[in-house]
Unconditional design. Structure first.
Length: 172
């Protein structure tokens, strides 16, 4: 079947319309919550890598490796979050600017951060991320999005593990 140029032009201009079994309001709400979570995930990933790159002191090796491991775990969920947004019928983040507009995890651009402060800040950020994940979990559960709730349960557990490791690393 041949298509003409106007058909091709219309297809290129058509919005992304992933079929979804969710109601339009649920798609909007779930996609919005997951996109905000995704923005926080990217912000926390970059902060964790920043501290990984700039750690110093007597526990350098242990903290350097801890931060690298945690950053990898955080980054690994980003693609899954974005794909959930698409699977439910939404669209996802498109730029660093979009991340900046949605993120709630604050950046740390300080020239120097004490290692203990790095651990404490990341602990609090991971706690905040886990709490946000619980809120998104509740929203998804209410909408019957069992796939998202299942993934979120695993990610909450991983965030709680990061909090635990960061907490134990700050104890005297």
């Amino acid at each position: 079947m041949m298509t003409n140029n106007s058909d091709l032009k219309m297809r290129r201009m058509a919005p992304l319309a992933t079929p979804s079994d969710q109601e339009p309001d649920s798609v909007r709400n779930i996609a919005g919550a997951l996109n905000t979570l995704l923005a926080d995930t990217f912000a926390l990933y970059l902060k964790t890598k920043n501290f990984h790159w700039h750690i110093s002191g007597p526990h350098f090796r242990n903290y350097h490796l801890l931060f690298d491991e945690q950053a990898g775990q955080i980054l690994s969920i980003a693609d899954a979050i974005a794909e959930r947004v698409r699977k439910v019928g939404g669209t996802t983040l498109r730029s660093i600017g979009h991340i900046g507009r949605l993120q709630r995890i604050l950046d740390n651009d300080a020239e120097y951060v004490d290692p203990h402060d790095m651990l404490s800040e990341l602990r609090e950020d991971n706690k905040a991320l886990a709490l946000s994940m619980r809120e998104v979990h509740d929203l998804c559960a209410e909408a019957g999005d069992v796939a998202s709730t299942s993934l979120l349960e695993t990610w909450i557990d991983e965030a709680q593990r990061r909090v635990w490791f960061l907490f134990e690393s700050t104890r005297k």
